[in-house]
Design a protein around this ligand. Sequence first.
Ligand code: HMG
Ligand code: MG
Length: 313
Amino acid sequence: MGARDVGLPDRARAEGLPDRVAIWEVGARDGLQNERAVVPVEVKLEFLDRLADAGLQTLEATSFVRPEWVPQLADAEELLAGLARRDGVRYPVLVPNERGLDRALAAGVEHIAVFGSATETFARRNLNRSLDEQYAMFEPVVTRARAEGLDVRAYVSMCFGDPWEGPVPAAQVAAVGARLLDMGCSQLSLGDTIGVATPGQVEALVRELAVQGVEQSVLAVHFHDTYGQALANTLTALRLGITTVDASAGGLGGCPYAESATGNLATEDLVWMLEGMGVETGVDLDKLVDTSAWLAGRLGRPSPSRVVRALRG
Ligand code: HMG
Ligand code: MG
């Protein structure tokens, strides 16, 4: 049997899916925040540029968090100063508090994301705040950011399970999400931070959000692939009408404050599935795979993405 000439799946249009999916690429942030060694800023900049060249239009670039908490992203100012911004590409950053917002505004950022927790324990571990205190921290950030003309996304972490608290009730997650949207956030990304969700839970949460008045059109999904469920969960979300999917080039990722979190859904694995089902992504898979193979070389270990390994292994 000969090798494939073209690194693309054969196409069979699947029904009940959107024509196009917007990929929210988190590799430079969720991926690199978890590397043991700090990745040099030049490598991060080349990574972002290559991702844009591969056709990704939303590149979460870095975080303006307290540098002592995430030293891997302490170069946020330097990164943004060196960024060769491209037309049609957005470079959102994570911002937890007003100090972070000041830094992001000074760096010329146009799009931010606040990141809340669905559980008390993770709010304390990730933000050093209680659940209620997280709202008090985010509220002035969202209000001020919007007054400055910024777009604000909200994440909710630990939507499906928490390593300290166990299963997380959908109603609890939906209440956190609805509150963040009420503050003025334009999109809600549902984070399976430790990758424990299965499709029935995804369906239950999206339905619970609808009961609490949250439409699918404002939702995004953010799956980590710890148990190999990320694609199944994504497909479930797409069939429920969600059209924004977070993914990380090469399957990099994790969360420094949730030890059981492993890599995100790999962007290559997502693109392979979507292309195969006739859903447009605008991504050049060949260029993307080259980028992840290049970065894996810089990081000194192979990419966990199945598609990267199949095409370049
Ligand atoms: P804190 O230690 O409580 O800080 O951290 P504080 O508010 O008490 O302030 C103490 C000092 O830190 C002050 O300085 C502040 O100015 C400074 P001093 O007056 O003492 O000289 N400070 C800052 N400096 C720079 N930038 C800032 C900043 N904030 C305070 N932004 C804080 C509270 C929220 C800042 C901290 O807990 C933090 O940075 N947490 C971020 C943790 C993080 O980034 N986690 C990973 C991202 S979340 C994730 O990965 C999940 C996600 O992918 C979705 C999913 O998978 O579910 C999004
Ligand atoms: Mg994450």
